[in-house]
Design a protein around this ligand. Structure first.
Ligand code: GLC
Length: 824
């Protein structure tokens, strides 16, 4: 039939089918094996009544019910039960739904019900069941239904396809959704969430490895967020099918979403993290430079690479063993030919400050002589199909079965399997292929059954959380095995909340300039989607970068939360010295910079963990009121003090930089520039443009070849003069235990205030940790006056000088309370 109809006719048929988008109907028509039958979507009708139960309000149209739950003063959750009965209230993403609410009330008018908290009002219109959310202060409607929530029965699996359609304002832009390719602003595009092994993915390819069904909308300078907590295959349309509508829908489960109030994008992200959790503080060594390859083997090659770092004096904290360290790719075994004595090798590497990280995949080789398979089989821990056959598929080891990580008992078992590797001294674990990926088929068939925390479900429901539950098992297992030490785990797949268990890398990218640009956007996007500890395969996984591309990638990687170079096995060697000079020296300079800035980087991680701030902040977040910034995507701040402007064009020797509000110092030249302007900045290969916010205190450690190489005997404080007051902070602790949860840490706050003639620095210290150093060594940059006297806690400092870069240099004890620098 499809061939007999032209596109105009398809369009007409499409428009006559109730509730179906044109694109979907044209798809039906183009598929000759699908009968064209009208798809009947059912919509909520009118509100017949409301019932209150604590912080929950139940609205009904006589058949379907909607629950509106006041989660906090700024977060409201909405759920739909098409035939009145809600599903079990369980979520892998949100461990605890209710937060602190100061006050809320319900009001009824002729046309609607209104539930108000101290900041937000959620209205439900009586006549057509439309739900909206408005800001109490401005009265501005942030998000509102364009049509009532609707659904469609799923004849094959039971349950419903569920849909929400909201207004998309003419000037509205969208951000978030975690692991998406292409431009940062999501307006005008449609996306799908279905965790996918996307080898060599392209610009705009969708879906990729992870599912984060959370987006941020911005219009009229105000932001809000929607978190559609649904693990089934889900979809988002940001004004693509209809320019004035935003929709999200899923192939099953409940229509359940959280409205998260702003009005600032930062508020939205922080509040999203109160639902799904933040990343714990990683061990400090995890923030160093890491070297990976598929694969470094045999042992002699691993040693050679590790020693190469030390002989080239390029800092590095970890070397990775990809699948070839295993015996026939059997997880938790060693290939004894390549690695005859892993314990000794790991110890020797540790002696030169190099930690070992190994890969563990979910596919367990079907082999009755293999202990992991035997145990899993005996315990009945592997996934099964609907008719009870085992789920079998081919991955690296050949025929495999797969643990059902949605079963708590399976997670407990699998987490314990790391015991021997931990005893051998392995420091970190890398979970890959956990979308789950299966050669040929792509992933599991839909009918595979999962325990799903006892709530049961098919793979349709469990697919998107499989990887997250695998790395959860790894993280929890390691936490027990490593006693009080912080585990370091990496995952490829995940779902919202994955940040509680692991960091991520963006998967199998390609050694091209386009991928450098893409990786820059991807890490920023992950950061504002609640997954802050993210990095790309520096240099590109497949393909061959030249020295310039590799060096530009190292520069971007210096400011990626996770800094790891990785490459596929069929590519040329790729260590930071592989390209010769001048690249080796420039790579060294930037990797050293990462270590110099370690106290700043670590403090930014703490700020994320403790307060939910994203680590990378795109310009759209820094100045959401400036619409041009909704389209500027190649700069970001790391924390709130350092603006990073990576060079993403081949052959570039300068680039255009936009500086946000305030004043900024060029990190290299110390030139002071005014914000809210664009500049053309020199960016020779050795100089990626970096800026520091005036008024900042940026702490620095001496360069180390690895974290903890030497005790720190002096802390450098780079103070950037400003004519106004700016606060900075520094977090310090032991670096690899959970003692910080018992308040064993230090949080130092610095306030810097200049007035053109004088400069005042104040410090407050909180916490119970004692650092190893006694002194601060100051570099005050940009002092605009001639210095006459310096006092530290009213004691005069006579020993001060200006260095060749015009920086004021002096020292103080670490516990000072105030410093006064007076001009002549
Ligand atoms: C996958 C991973 C890649 C790894 C390879 C072999 O492609 O994404 O990082 O090197 O598998 O384990």
């Amino acid at each position: 039939m499809a061939e007999d109809i032209n596109n105009d006719e398809k369009q007409i048929i499409a428009e006559t089918i109730v509730g179906e988008t044109t694109e979907e109907v044209v798809q039906h028509l183009n598929n000759p094996v699908t009968d064209l039958k009208p798809i009947v979507k059912q919509y909520l009708t009118e509100v017949k009544g409301v019932k209150k139960e604590g912080n929950k309000f139940y609205f009904s149209d006589g058949n379907a019910r909607v629950e509106v739950r006041v989660v906090s003063d700024e977060i409201i959750r909405v759920r739909l039960a098409p035939h009145g009965v809600f599903l079990d209230d369980f979520s892998y993403a949100v461990p605890v739904v209710d937060q602190r609410v100061t006050t809320f009330r319900l009001e009824e008018t002729e046309t609607h019900y209104a539930i108000s908290t101290s900041t937000v009002t959620c209205k439900v219109s009586k006549a057509d069941f439309l739900v909206s959310f408005a800001d109490n202060t401005t009265g501005m409607v942030m998000s509102e239904d364009a049509s009532p929530m609707h659904w469609e029965e799923n004849v094959e699996f039971g349950g419903y396809y569920v849909f929400a359609t909201k207004d998309c304002k003419s000037e509205e832009n969208f951000f978030g959704l975690g692991d998406k390719s292409g431009n940062m602003n999501l307006r005008g595009r449609k996306f799908q969430n279905w965790n996918t092994d996307a080898y060599s993915f392209g610009w705009d390819q969708d879906p990729l490895y992870r599912t984060i069904p959370f987006y941020i909308g911005i219009h009229e300078s105000a932001s809000y967020g929607i978190f559609f907590d649904n693990t089934f295959r889900s979809y988002f349309d940001f004004g693509r099918e209809n320019n004035d509508k935003t929709s999200f829908w899923a192939d099953g489960g409940e229509l359940q979403y959280y409205y998260i109030h702003g009005p600032h994008m930062m508020d939205v992200v922080k509040r999203y993290q109160t639902l799904t959790g933040t990343h714990k503080l990683p061990p400090k060594w995890a923030l160093g430079y890491h070297q990976c390859r598929w694969s470094y083997y045999p042992e002699s090659r691993v040693r050679e690479v590790a020693e190469g770092f030390r002989s080239n004096q390029i800092p590095c904290d970890a070397i990775y063993l990809d699948i070839d360290y295993m015996d026939g790719y059997r997880c938790f075994t060693w290939n004894k030919k390549y690695f005859p004595d892993p314990k000794k090798m790991i110890k020797d590497l540790l002696n030169i400050g190099m930690k070992t990280v190994v890969m563990i995949d979910p596919g367990i080789k079907v082999d009755d002589n293999y202990w992991v398979f035997k145990e899993g089989k005996e315990k009945n821990f592997f996934c099964r199909r609907s008719d009870d056959y085992f789920m079998e598929g081919h991955v690296w080891p050949g025929r495999c079965q797969f643990p059902d990580f949605t079963n708590p008992a399976v997670r407990e078992w699998f987490g314990g399997l790391y015991k021997e590797l931990v005893e051998l001294g392995v420091a970190g674990f890398w979970n890959d292929m956990n979308e789950p990926a299966v050669f040929g088929a792509g992933t599991f068939p839909n009918d595979v059954r999962h325990n799903y925390e006892g709530y049961r479900g098919s793979h349709r429901k469990a697919h998107n959380v499989y990887g997250m539950q695998m790395v959860r098992s790894t993280y929890d297992g390691l936490k027990k095995l490593m006693r009080n030490k912080r585990p370091f785990t990496i995952t490829r797949a995940g779902y919202s909340g994955m940040q509680r268990y692991a960091c991520v890398w963006t998967g199998d990218n390609v050694a091209t300039w386009e991928h450098l640009k893409l990786g820059n956007i991807q890490c920023q996007r992950m950061s504002i989607s609640g997954v802050p500890f993210c990095g790309t395969d520096i240099g590109g996984f497949s393909g061959e970068p030249d020295g310039e591309l590799f060096t530009r990638w190292i520069q971007l990687g210096t400011f990626s939360p996770f800094m790891r170079a990785h490459s596929a096995g069929d590519t040329s060697v790729r260590e930071p010295w592989s390209f010769g000079e001048p690249f080796t020296s420039i790579n060294r300079k930037f990797i050293e910079l990462r270590y110099r800035l370690m106290p700043y980087i670590y403090s930014v991680f703490w700020e994320h963990h403790r307060y939910g701030f994203p680590i990378l902040r795109p310009l759209a977040m820094l100045e959401q009121e400036n619409i041009s910034n909704h389209f500027r995507q190649d700069e970001f701040t790391f924390g709130d003090k350092i603006l990073v402007c990576p060079v993403l064009e081949q052959g570039a020797t300068s680039r255009t930089v936009y500086l946000p509000k305030g004043q900024w110092y060029n990190f290299w030249t110390h030139e002071l520039l005014n914000g809210e302007n664009e500049y053309n900045i020199e960016a020779k290969l050795e100089d990626m443009p970096l800026f520091v916010r005036a008024g900042s205190v940026v702490p620095e450690y001496p360069v180390m070849q690895y974290v903890g190489e030497k005790p720190i005997d002096e802390l450098w404080l780079n103070v950037y003069y400003a004519d106004y007051e700016v606060n900075s902070f520094l977090f310090e602790d032991h670096g690899d235990t959970f003692a910080y949860e018992q308040d064993i840490y230090l949080e130092k706050k610095f306030s810097v205030r200049g007035d053109g003639k004088n400069l005042f620095i104040e410090q407050t210290i909180e916490g119970l940790y004692t650092p190893t150093y006694e002194l601060y060594d100051y570099n005050v940059i940009g002092v605009p006056f001639k210095v006459s006297k310096i006092y530290v806690d009213d004691k005069e400092v006579t020993d001060f000088s200006f260095d060749d870069k015009k920086r004021l240099r002096f020292k103080s004890n670490k516990n000072f309370m105030n410093i006064k620098i007076f001009g002549v």
